[in-house]
Write a protein that binds this ligand. Structure first.
Ligand SMILES: Cc1cc2nc3c(=O)[nH]c(=O)nc-3n(C[C@H](O)[C@H](O)[C@H](O)COP(=O)(O)OP(=O)(O)OC[C@H]3O[C@@H](n4cnc5c(N)ncnc54)[C@H](O)[C@@H]3O)c2cc1C
Length: 429
């Protein structure tokens, strides 16, 4: 076994994890003059924001929409990274799946008027609730408790829950904060972008910006442990190498963070995190079938189907890329027939799709977020109280936003906290 080489740099920041959180943090750190090394265990950067390119199709890890009002979009703009893509097309057919039948999905006043899903009284209440959300109301307690207080009919309640699932990817109304859920629904109303070439285009932009600001990026560099001490933090890699740093960012899942550094604050983070998970079937078709329904929102079942290639360049000429998902409740185990359920939805929406299938991607029990915002516990902050010099970021960290926006916001916040820590160490020396 070769002796581990240890390189110590007092001002050095090491970022572990090359997903959205780690890359945003690395750029923020480097732009403010820190010497940064980013270690990514996988062969490629991006984490859950990577894109699988196969046969001319660009598969994100399930349906990915960039929220124009969110912290990830703001970070990309701040770093002057170009975003090519478009909002979802409005000329497709959007339907609601309720009691096994497709009906008009109430998305606009016109479709609300036509929809048979809701009674006249429910439609008026739906408009009132939309205004309540737009007005910036932030009820306390859980999302389920807020819905209880509204005394909605079963159909209207299921409709509001479906729109909440769509914007948060969470299927945990009893656990999720009502305020955070409504914040996210409000942000979704500002619009989203489907990105040309998939989210790897955004990751490539971040990696290019990171390298140009001096970040050393190492892929295939898996970290096995970190140790804290008076002289800083020591990061050990699987290949036996070790790197010394003044600050380290764990931009990984809560479980992985706790595995690398088993301290009480991370144990608590693991115990308190409620993940949002999904079963996903992504289909690359030779073309869109005739009479296809391009978006289906499950109302009484936590299902979703959406064509992304009508807005973004994701396929060979003439092709179609469709994302289908089931939002899993916190304790729900993916069933053995998870994919059959998603294929059955494709049968309803995309007549004849099986003969047109060219590529597919399946993700079972895929973590969309490692920690949704809870109503009765805060997500952990970026600083660890029991590990000096070690910080955390990811979609399970901090009070700001959800999914990739939480990852970007906590990455940026962690970078600032790391710089402040290094400055304080230098002053104390
Ligand atoms: C189906 C699906 C749909 C989604 N839809 C949306 C959407 O529409 N909009 C949106 O904003 N977000 C969406 N998301 C969420 C978004 O992808 C994530 O929130 C975001 O990518 C998380 O970034 P992260 O950096 O926190 O974590 P990750 O992407 O998980 O990155 C962590 C990285 O750390 C690396 N790593 C782990 N352990 C180690 C180690 N020991 N050493 C070195 N490296 C290590 C991993 O390989 C990984 O690259 C979706 C996710 C899924 C799965």
């Amino acid at each position: 076994m070769p002796e581990a080489s240890t390189r110590h740099r007092a001002e050095r920041a090491v970022v572990i994890g090359g997903g959205v959180a780690g890359l945003v943090a690395a750029v923020e750190l480097a732009q403010r003059g820190a010497e940064v090394a980013l270690l990514e265990g996988a062969a490629q950067l991006g984490g859950r924001a990577r894109t699988h390119h196969v046969g001319g199709f660009s598969f994100n890890q399930g349906a990915h929409a960039l929220y124009v009002g969110g912290a990830f979009h703001a970070a990309l703009k701040r770093f002057a990274i170009a975003i090519h893509g478009k909002p979802p097309a409005t000329n497709g057919t959007s339907m609601a799946l309720y009691r096994g039948k497709l009906g008009v999905l109430p998305r606009s006043l016109a479709s609300l008027a036509r929809s048979g899903l809701l009674s006249v009284g429910d439609k008026l209440t739906f408009v009132r609730i939309q205004s309540f959300i737009k007005d910036g109301e932030r009820p306390s307690g859980s999302f389920a408790a807020w819905l209880d207080g509204e005394r909605l009919s079963p159909a209207l309640r299921a409709t509001i829950e479906a729109f909440a699932r769509l914007s948060t990817y969470g299927n945990a109304p009893a656990d999720m904060s009502a305020a955070a859920t409504l914040d996210q629904m409000r942000m979704a109303m500002q619009g989203v972008i489907y990105v040309d070439g998939g989210w790897s285009a955004l990751i490539d932009g971040l990696a290019t910006r990171a390298r140009s600001t001096g970040v050393e990026i190492r892929t295939g560099a898996s970290v096995v442990s970190i140790e804290t001490g008076h002289s800083g933090v020591r990061v050990k890699l699987t290949d036996g190498d070790a790197i010394g740093a003044s600050t380290v960012l764990l931009a990984v899942s809560p479980n992985e963070a706790y595995k690398l550094l088993p301290v009480a604050s991370l144990q608590q983070a693991v115990e308190q995190a409620i993940p949002a998970r999904a079963n996903v079937l992504d289909l690359g078709l030779e073309r869109l079938p005739e009479n296809a329904v391009t978006r289906v929102q499950g109302i009484d079942r936590a299902l979703y189907l959406s064509l992304h290639s009508d807005a973004a360049k994701l396929t060979p000429d003439g092709g179609a890329l469709i994302h289908i998902a089931r939002y899993l409740a916190p304790d729900e185990k993916p069933e053995a027939d998870a994919i059959a359920e998603l294929e059955a939805l494709a049968d309803v929406a995309l007549p004849g799709w099986r003969a047109l299938e060219r590529q597919r991607q399946r993700l079972i029990g895929m973590p969309v977020s490692h920690g949704v915002p809870r109503w009765n516990a805060r997500r952990p902050g970026v600083r660890l109280s029991d590990a000096s010099g070690v910080f955390i970021a990811g979609d399970w960290v901090g009070d700001s936003g959800m999914i990739s926006d939480a990852a970007a916001a906590s990455g940026a916040e962690a970078a600032k906290a790391m710089l402040a820590h290094s400055t304080a160490m230098v002053r104390a020396a």
